[in-house]
Design a protein around this ligand. Structure first.
Ligand SMILES: Nc1ncnc2c1ncn2[C@@H]1O[C@H](COP(=O)(O)OP(=O)(O)OP(=O)(O)O)[C@@H](O)[C@H]1O
Length: 593
């Protein structure tokens, strides 16, 4: 059945040839900030680390001066200063979050665009093996994880590490022994946390894999909703969804259990650390090394150390996820095209009909490797048309895919305009070879963009003229905003006619036409037949015919059976030969010759 679906706009597929593979490190290039942003970020980070470090010094003075009997006004000034420092520290922290978020989103948006573009350029082999949902998770989910991590890394890890270093430096200047004790404690804690962290790595990666599987399945089910409902396959689909969700839950549960255990462990370690610091401060006080104010400062610092450490452990957990996301994004970017771009691309002749020559073509789809075509040889002079007939599954669509270079043949060669498609400039191939399939894809965009495929520069009057020619003149007149109307719902017939209008606009020199196998209303049928006639006039054409009557308009016939051409010749000769298969087909169908 002819279908029309709306999808989001697609990039101009072959605009520039793609290098075969990229190193994964290039993934990180997208996160590199500009000089202005870097300067703003460095300032914000330094302020966010230094201000909280300064605040406890005022507390120390407050306590010591209060014990020494200072005036209330002086103490109030210290308290107000403390408050101002805390507030400015928070503001600096907010500024850091803001700058870091902008930076992370700018960088990851670049990466997301690059991934989406690359995914669109990948060959049919790749798309056949990966569901759209999986691609969405790769392009969106993984990149979002990276963006979230980048923000948290700057805010929690960088600021936290600076704060920690500052605390150590201050404690060292107060008393070397206390500083050394704090340093040893921090190193031991850090080392233990890094070791334990490794436990969390596989579970985080597993959780993301499972979520990709669930979203991939969901996307597939939503796309097929109509068929699923019509065939009563709902229960089976829900069952599959349930199993996938259960897998995701288990993986996520494992990941969070490990994470919670780690956080609980750190709490205990910090309680011990605080107790140790308090004991040392008490000793310092008793032995006259420290004032009470300094003991309070040490206590405050110990509390301050806790947050960066905890955030650090949390970030290390997210870091695994972000690293996994980065690795998957890198793997997608490194995914090579199975259709290698030509080393020395040759453009097709810029105008006029193109010759077509399939020379001993053999083919097997990469996923199962079973032979689909063997020894297919077809020759069309410029302007000649060919009808492909054969039972379902015989290989007609596969031949069409090879002519459009959606795949490369595994044996033999496909030549258009005398040039092997493997040596043809991809942009010129897309411009000069057109296709009208049964499965018409319409974008969620206006009529103009759907016809021009987002290429600006075509006159509206030309678009109207073409729509009129394909029989959509009245349809256009009835649209509320004419060419600016968004294409949401069109009938199967209208979708087919729009596809013809696209083809007329592109004016290809070779056209592949997959005739709609379903019956449309007689008026639309007539329009479509006229379109087929017009499209095949003055162009080289390959028509996958589902109706024998359609073959009256072609010059040559190729009968395909089990991946081979079992009969091939001029239509008139075959029809005139009572022993030919084509002749028998015509007789069986009761169609005129
Ligand atoms: N993407 C694919 N991956 C693997 N095998 C495929 C793929 N597409 C088609 N095939 C197989 O290749 C063979 C030929 O299919 P093809 O679609 O070319 O036949 P067809 O003659 O166009 O059929 P129809 O008239 O039903 O459209 C079939 O056995 C089919 O199962």
């Amino acid at each position: 059945m002819a279908q029309s679906r709306t999808t989001s706009p697609e990039a101009d597929e072959q605009a520039s040839p793609e290098p075969a593979a990229r190193p994964r490190l290039s993934t990180f290039h997208f996160l590199r900030p500009g000089p202005g942003t870097t300067a703003a970020l460095v300032l914000a980070v330094l302020a966010a680390a230094a201000l909280p470090l300064a605040a406890p010094h005022l507390t120390r003075r407050f306590v010591d001066d209060a014990i020494a009997g200072a005036a209330t006004a002086h103490l109030l000034t210290l308290a107000a200063g403390y408050l101002a420092l805390v507030l400015t520290g928070q503001a600096a922290r907010l500024a850091t979050v803001w700058v870091a978020s902008r930076l992370a989103w700018d960088g990851t948006n670049n990466l997301r665009e690059r991934l989406a573009e690359h995914a669109l350029r990948l060959d049919m082999d790749y798309h056949g093996a990966h569901t759209p949902g999986e691609m969405i998770e790769r392009v969106d989910g993984d990149v979002t994880a990276v963006a979230d991590f980048a923000v948290a890394f700057i805010v929690d890890v960088v600021v936290g590490a600076l704060l920690l270093a500052g605390v150590l430096a201050v404690v060292f200047t107060l008393d070397v022994r206390l500083g050394a004790a704090l340093l040893v404690y921090c190193l031991l804690l850090g080392f233990a946390m890094m070791r334990v962290q490794r436990l969390a790595t596989p579970s985080a990666a597993e959780a993301r894999e499972q979520s990709a599987a669930v979203i991939g399945g969901l996307e597939e089910h939503l796309t097929m909703a109509e068929d699923i409902r019509a065939n009563g396959a709902g229960a089976h689909v829900v069952n599959r969804f349930h199993r996938a969700s259960a897998g995701w839950f288990r993986a996520d549960y494992r990941a969070s259990t490990v994470g919670s255990a780690l956080i609980a462990g750190t709490s205990v370690a910090f309680a011990a650390g605080t107790a140790l610091m308090l004991a040392l401060a008490a000793w310092g006080r008793v032995s006259g090394v420290l004032t009470v104010g300094t003991a309070v400062l040490l206590f405050q610092y110990m509390l301050m150390v806790r947050t960066p450490f905890e955030r650090l452990i949390d970030q290390l957990r997210q870091y695994q996820g972000a690293l996994a996301g980065m690795a998957r994004a890198g793997a997608l970017l490194a995914e090579p095209r199975t259709l290698p771009p030509p080393a020395d691309p040759r453009p097709l002749p810029g105008s006029g009909p193109l010759s077509l020559h399939l020379d001993g073509v053999g083919f097997a789809y990469p996923d199962d490797g079973a032979r689909v075509l063997a020894g297919v040889t077809i020759t069309l002079k410029p302007g000649e048309t060919l009808g492909l007939v054969g039972r379902t599954g015989s290989g007609k669509t596969t031949i069409a895919r090879l002519i459009l270079r959606l795949y490369d043949p595994t044996a033999g060669a496909v030549r258009v305009g005398g040039i092997d498609l493997r040596d043809t400039d991809p942009a010129s191939l897309r411009r000069r070879v057109g296709v009208v399939t049964q499965d018409v894809q319409l974008f969620a965009a206006d009529v103009r963009d759907n016809l021009t495929l987002f290429r600006p520069g075509t006159d509206d009057s030309r678009l109207r003229e073409i729509l009129g020619e394909v029989g959509l003149g009245e349809w256009l007149a009835a649209l509320p905003n004419g060419l600016d109307t968004r294409v949401d719902h069109v009938s199967a017939g209208e979708a087919q006619l729009l596809a013809f209008a696209r083809a007329f606009l592109a004016d290809p020199g070779l056209v592949v036409l997959d005739e709609a196998s379903s019956r449309l209303d007689p008026a639309t049928e007539r329009h479509i037949e006229r379109c087929v006639d017009r499209l095949l006039t003055g162009r080289t054409g390959v028509l996958i015919a589902h109706r024998l009557t359609s073959l009256s308009r072609v010059d040559k016939i190729a009968v395909v059976s089990d991946g081979a051409i079992v009969e091939y010749g001029y239509r008139r000769d075959l029809a005139a030969d009572p022993g030919s298969r084509f002749s028998r087909m015509l007789e069986l169908a009761g169609a005129g010759r």
